[in-house]
Design a protein around this ligand. Structure first.
Ligand SMILES: NC(=O)c1ccc[n+]([C@@H]2O[C@H](COP(=O)([O-])OP(=O)(O)OC[C@H]3O[C@@H](n4cnc5c(N)ncnc54)[C@H](O)[C@@H]3O)[C@@H](O)[C@H]2O)c1
Ligand SMILES: O=C(O)C(=O)C[C@@H](O)[C@H](O)[C@H](O)COP(=O)(O)O
Ligand SMILES: [Zn+2]
Length: 366
């Protein structure tokens, strides 16, 4: 087992990475204050891992809340089911919520923990690649609004993150690829050597090679912990973790939550951010194409949905959380391995980015 730390003063916590950690009850127990535990999961993950987790929490009074699966359920109605379950089981202020699942479960369970009786503790047990490399770390919790992605939520840090890499063995390949979009993001925004490593190991990752997975998850979590430790509430550098997300969230909202996976939308959005960075003369066409090729090799879409117009993008991007005083800010690349958050671009540059022929670009590189 490998342990990393998110350094946030009194809100600091460990990230444990290893195989079969779900069975390590003694590790989890260190982070549980009271006698009550509520496991929040969904109807896909529950049959796979819920009983094992319950067994390893021997001695605690355990309630479980099994939610309907999917991004389309990341909303108020589903959140209410968590509160219903906690109240029905008479959970008090010393209860600990455990999020067992992907990013949807982690974001919702974390938000429920932030709200229930004005705040109870929670632990993340992420079971998708995306949640292991990104969403379980950093304390962004929340739900979607029909008008915008993750528009209602709270910054609320977990007590611990327990990453059992063996859970990835049951993950569908499409979901694994979606997670790779966020892994590649770290290379692009802050770690160019990692990008080179990913170019050498992307096939191994897709084949679930355990050494490669451990390396990719460890390096991704270390990057995320570093950024979050420097800027917990996104007043500066943390916004670089949003590379590709302004375009990507527009895709997710416009297509209907769940039609495009988050990682898929981030991948196409990253291509748009690369294109814009190239149009501004910050990266070369060769840099852009290098990154697009890696996304393609990861099994990710690199072309935005054909039914989305430039106006559709502008409409959804206007509610992005990085918009300040009505001004759109985007995460772009100064070079591969260095991101900036900027509003320093002309409307022409944005317009031509939205109208670029991504289909032709993808075909040429495939
Ligand atoms: N809080 C953050 O910092 C942050 C960061 C990135 C993404 N997110 C959010 O995370 C969500 C996406 O997360 P995701 O990609 O994990 O999607 P997800 O939570 O929908 O999980 C993907 C699918 O995999 C299933 N699944 C989970 N673990 C499994 C396993 N081990 N075996 C088989 N199936 C399994 C799920 O039931 C689901 O069907 C989005 O809502 C996104 O906004 C949040
Ligand atoms: O942790 C962060 O900060 C991120 O931006 C990570 C993103 O991958 C993630 O999708 C996040 O939920 C997006 O945040 P939002 O504030 O744009 O909703
Ligand atoms: Zn993301």
């Amino acid at each position: 087992m490998h342990t990393l730390h998110v350094d946030l003063g009194e809100r600091s916590y460990p990230i444990y990475i290893g195989e079969q950690l779900i069975d390590r009850g003694e590790l989890l127990s260190r982070h549980i204050r009271g006698k009550q535990v509520a496991i929040i999961t969904n109807d896909t993950v529950a049959p796979l891992y819920l009983e094992r987790l319950k067994r390893s929490l021997n001695g605690f009074a355990i309630a479980s809340v099994v939610l309907p699966d999917g991004e389309a359920h990341k909303n108020w109605q589903t959140l209410q089911l968590i509160f219903d379950g906690l109240l029905q089981a008479r959970h008090d202020r010393k209860t600990t919520l455990i999020a067992l699942g992907g990013g949807v479960i982690g974001d919702m369970a974390g938000f429920a923990a932030a709200c229930y009786q004005r705040g109870v503790e929670f632990i993340q047990i992420p079971t998708t690649l995306l949640s292991q490399v990104d969403s379980s770390v950093g304390g962004k919790t929340g739900i979607n609004h029909p008008l915008g992605k993750n528009m209602v939520g709270a910054f609320y840090q977990p007590q611990a993150v327990l990453i059992d890499t063996a859970t990835l063995k049951t993950l569908p390949p499409r979901e694994l690829s979606a997670g790779l979009a966020e892994v590649i993001k770290y290379g692009l925004i802050c770690d160019e050597p990692f990008l080179g490593w990913l170019e050498d190991h992307v096939e191994e990752l897709r084949e679930l090679d355990s050494a490669a997975l451990k390396e990719a998850i460890g390096r991704s979590c270390a990057a995320k912990a570093r950024v979050v430790g420097a800027d917990e509430r996104e007043t500066g550098v943390r916004a670089t973790l949003n590379l590709g997300h302004t375009f990507g969230h527009a895709i997710e909202t416009h297509q209907g939550y769940g039609a495009w996976l988050h990682g898929e939308a981030v991948s196409a959005g990253t291509v748009m951010a690369l294109e814009m960075s190239q149009r501004l003369g910050w990266i070369t066409a060769a840099d852009r194409d290098r990154a697009i090729r890696l996304l393609q090799r990861a099994g990710l879409p690199v072309v935005p949905p054909s039914d989305m117009s430039a106006d559709d993008f502008m409409h959804h991007m206007a509610v992005d959380k990085k918009v300040l005083d009505g001004q759109l800010r985007l995460v772009l690349l100064r070079r591969l391995g260095e991101a900036v958050v900027t509003s320093d671009f002309s409307s022409d540059a944005l317009e031509s980015t939205l109208r670029a022929d991504y289909g032709a670009m993808a075909q040429q590189l495939a």
